[in-house]
Design a binder for this molecule. Structure first.
Ligand code: ADP
Length: 392
C-alpha cells in the first residue's frame, strides 16, 4: 500500500525496524480493537484492545470467523454485507451492538478496510473497533429520562385538565340542587312543615359540603395546571388575621375552643395576594379548630423577620406524628381520619395552601408533636419600603 510504504520509509531514521515497530504499535493499543481478517472474514491477528473489548485471548479467536462478534439477529446478514461493501468501496463503517465472549453486549463503532496486495488482489481486511458502550448507555439513559419526564408532565397536565373540567361540570347541577332546595324551604312552592324544612336544611348542608369539596378540587387542579394568577399588592397581615378570627369564631365557639389573637405588630405588611393569604390562614385556622379537642386554644399571630413576614396558627390539639409531617402537604392525604374530629375535608387544604404560598414566593411549614399540638407558619415576602399610603 502506498501510505504504508511512505510511512515505513521514515522509520529507519528512528533506529527501530519498521515492521517490528508497527507490530508493537498495533499490539499495544488498548483503546481500539485492531485486527486483521482474511479475505473470507476469518480472524488472523489480534491486539490487546481487541482482547480487552471482546474478552477473547488471541489463541481463542484466531481462525474463527468474525461473525462470532455479532448478535444472533445480525450474524448471518451483517458480516457478509459489510465485507462486500468494504471490498467494493474500500471501506465500511458501522455502529451497532456486538457480543463479547461472555455473551454481554457492547456498542461498537467499527471500520473495516479492504487490504490489497500491490497487484490489487484482495488479501483480507483490517478491522478497527471502538467500544462506545458507555457513551451509548448514557445517551439511552438521557433519552429515556427525557421521555419519562415528558410523559409524566403530559399525564399531570391531562389529570389537572380532567379535574378542572369535571369539577366545573359538577358545580352546575349542584348549584341547581342548592337553589331549588332553598326555594322549597322558603315555601315558594307551597307550605312546608317543620320536618320537611329540616330535611331541606340537610339537603342544603350536604350540597354546600359537596360544593366545598369540588371547589377545593377545582382550585387544586387550577394550581397544578399553572392556571392561577396572583394579584400581588401590599397586604396588611394584622387586618387579615382579624378577618380570619371573625370568620372562624362561630366554628370555634360551637366546639368550645378559644381563638386567641397573639402578637401581631401593626405595619407587618406582606407583598402577596390578599384573598389567597386569607384563604391559607382560614384553612390553617379551621384545621386547628377541627383537630383540637373541646376546651383547647388556637392562637393566631404574625411578625416580621428581615425581608420576610410570617403568620402563625398554633393549637394545643391532637398534633401530628413526626413521620406524617411531610405527608400532610401531599394532596388527598389525611391523617387520623378516624378520630371523631367532625371535620370532613378532602385532604387538599394543605396541599393547596402550600402551593399558593409558594406561588407567592413564600412557604408553609409545620412543627408538631403528637398529643401536644401543631404550629403552622406561613412566610411571605415583606414590603420593605413603606409607601406614603395610610397603612398602619
Ligand atoms: P383535610 O383537613 O381536608 O383532611 P388538609 O390538607 O387540610 O386536609 O390536612 C391534611 C391532614 O393534616 C388532615 O387530615 C389532618 O390529619 C392533618 N392536620 C392538618 N392540620 C392539623 C392540625 N392543626 N392538627 C393536627 N392535624 C392536622
Amino acid at each position: 500500500m502506498k501510505t504504508g510504504a511512505a510511512a515505513r520509509a521514515a522509520v529507519p531514521d528512528s533506529g527501530i525496524e519498521g515492521p517490528g515497530l508497527y507490530q508493537l504499535l498495533v499490539e499495544s493499543v488498548r483503546d481500539y480493537a485492531i485486527f486483521a481478517l482474511d479475505a473470507k472474514g476469518y480472524v488472523v491477528t489480534w491486539n490487546r484492545g481487541a482482547e480487552r473489548f471482546k474478552g477473547y485471548k488471541a489463541h481463542e479467536i484466531i481462525g474463527k470467523h468474525f461473525s462470532t462478534f455479532y448478535p444472533p439477529e445480525d450474524a448471518d446478514t451483517k458480516p457478509p454485507l459489510e465485507l462486500a461493501i468494504a471490498e467494493k468501496e474500500g471501506r465500511v463503517e458501522d455502529e451497532g451492538w456486538r457480543v463479547r465472549k461472555d455473551g454481554s453486549r457492547l456498542w461498537a463503532n467499527v471500520i473495516i478496510t479492504a487490504l490489497r496486495d500491490p497487484s490489487g488482489k484482495l488479501i483480507g481486511f483490517a478491522k478497527v473497533t471502538r467500544d462506545l458502550t458507555e457513551r451509548r448507555l448514557a445517551e439511552q439513559k438521557a433519552l429515556a429520562d427525557a421521555t419519562r419526564l415528558a410523559e409524566v408532565e403530559a399525564a399531570n397536565r391531562a389529570k389537572a385538565d380532567f379535574l378542572a373540567a369535571m369539577s366545573h361540570e359538577l358545580r352546575t347541577p349542584l348549584n341547581a340542587i342548592g337553589g331549588y332546595a332553598e326555594l322549597l324551604k322558603m315555601g315558594v312552592r307551597g307550605e312546608v312543615n317543620e320536618q320537611q324544612k329540616e330535611d331541606l336544611e340537610r339537603i342544603v348542608m350536604s350540597q354546600r359540603h359537596l360544593l366545598g369539596i369540588i371547589n377545593d378540587l377545582l382550585n387544586f387542579s387550577r394550581i397544578e395546571a399553572g392556571k392561577i394568577s396572583y394579584a400581588v399588592e401590599p397586604v396588611n397581615l394584622p387586618e387579615v388575621l382579624d378577618a380570619v378570627i371573625q370568620m372562624i369564631g362561630p366554628l370555634a365557639t360551637a366546639k368550645n375552643i378559644e381563638v386567641r389573637r397573639g402578637d401581631c405588630l401593626a405595619g407587618t405588611i406582606a407583598i402577596a395576594d390578599r384573598a389567597k393569604v386569607e384563604q391559607i390562614i382560614i384553612n390553617l385556622a379551621s384545621n386547628a379548630v377541627s383537630y383540637t379537642e373541646a376546651g383547647g386554644t388556637v392562637t393566631v399571630e404574625c411578625g416580621a423577620d428581615g425581608d420576610r413576614v410570617w403568620a402563625r396558627v398554633s393549637d394545643n390539639g391532637i398534633g401530628i406524628s413526626a413521620e406524617k409531617l411531610e405527608a400532610i402537604f401531599e394532596p388527598f392525604v389525611q391523617v387520623g381520619r378516624t378520630l371523631s374530629t367532625g371535620h370532613h375535608g378532602t385532604g387538599l387544604g394543605l396541599a393547596i395552601s402550600r402551593d399558593l404560598a409558594r406561588g407567592m414566593k413564600g412557604d408553609l411549614a409545620v412543627e408538631s408533636r403528637l398529643g401536644e399540638g401543631s404550629v403552622f407558619t406561613l412566610t411571605l415576602p415583606r414590603r420593605l419600603k413603606p409607601e406614603a399610603t395610610g397603612d398602619r
